[in-house]
Design a protein around this ligand. Structure first.
Ligand code: ZN
Length: 324
């Protein structure tokens, strides 16, 4: 699971804030109890002074002091509990407050990330992926074969099974998938399916439309501003567990930016990272667009799946309209 340093530090800061918030809740509760329950504060003070007194005895060589101390503290604790109960408060009202009792809001248990830390990472990865909303509605749970038949259906099923294979081989097998075919045949939908499965497992996924990506790459390359002040797309492009590039071939690309993109794909392959690309263009068109040699070399390790059929998005729209 790849988190940038910034993201990691953000999560740690959230834990600090959680602990601060919970500490304040406890202080407020204690103040309320002190003012409402007569004698409670005195009992708390007695705990402190008793501990100190016995501490002195222990250091003075009184070996029986420790068991006396335990007994004295237990008595005080019990008196406090009785007071709380009599006042109508739950027994644990003044116990430390934790969002996650398992790790006591530190994020770690015995040096390993707590389940709550992992959950925070997933949430963060979802938010930065740019497809959070999209995959809420477009995922394997909402997959339907309704609009496909004949050869189109066979193509769709083959693509779906390639998506499952992709997920099964991820990340060790470093799978890559290239979905192409006409508009509305389910390419983005299937990318979304894969993205959701992997994000649910805690992998980082970044989504770019080709236009977005080419804008980012050219802005970064041509901007006169200090590079450190710009969003550096390469960090995500190189390190993210999965990159999805949607609608390749719709961008108006110059040679420089195209070569930058293919450099990225190459770099990801060298690092054993997976990529999913979708395009509305036919393979022949893509080869023409990017030059046969470059395109074939870069996509040598991709599984290609062609999708065909009517524009499903249009059909769904029509169906929703007739229902109205
Ligand atoms: Zn935890």
């Amino acid at each position: 699971m790849a988190l940038s340093n910034l993201q990691y530090n953000t999560i740690l800061r959230e834990y600090d804030e959680t602990r601060d918030r919970n500490r304040r809740i406890l202080e407020k509760r204690r103040a309320a109890i002190y003012s409402e329950l007569d004698g409670y504060k005195a009992l708390d003070e007695a705990v402190a002074s008793t501990s100190m007194e016995y501490g002195r005895k222990l250091m003075g060589g009184d070996s029986g002091a420790l068991s006396d101390l335990h007994f004295a503290l237990a008595t005080l604790k019990d008196s406090k509990l009785q007071l709380l109960k009599a006042g109508g408060y739950p027994e644990d009202y003044l116990a430390p407050v934790y969002d996650c009792p398992d790790c006591q809001d530190t994020g770690y248990i015995d040096g390993r990330k707590c389940h709550c830390f992992k959950q925070r990472m997933i949430t963060m990865l979802y938010e930065q992926s740019g497809i959070k909303d999209y995959i809420e509605e477009n995922n394997f749970d909402t997959l339907s074969e309704e609009f496909y038949e004949g050869q189109d259906l066979e193509n769709f099923r083959a693509a779906v099974s390639s998506c499952h294979e992709f997920i099964n081989n991820f990340p060790e097998g470093a799978p890559n998938l290239f979905l192409y075919g006409t508009v509305g045949t389910g390419k983005s939908f299937l990318s979304g399916c894969v993205a959701k499965e992997l994000m649910d497992k805690g992998y980082s996924v970044v989504y770019f439309s080709a236009i977005q990506l080419f804008d980012l790459l050219s802005n970064f390359a041509y901007s006169k501003k200090d590079k450190d002040s710009l969003y550096n797309p390469y960090e995500d492009l190189y390190n993210c567990d999965l990159v999805i590039i949607d609608d390749l071939g719709t961008e108006i690309a110059n040679n420089f930016v195209t070569s930058k993109l293919f450099q990225c794909l190459n770099e990801r392959m060298l690092r054993g990272k997976s990529t999913i690309i979708s395009s509305n263009l036919a393979l022949e068109e893509l080869k023409e667009f990017y030059s046969d040699r470059i395109f074939s070399r870069i996509t040598a390790k991709f599984t290609f799946r062609k999708l065909t059929g009517p524009d499903v998005r249009l059909l769904i729209k029509r169906k929703l309209n007739t229902r109205k």
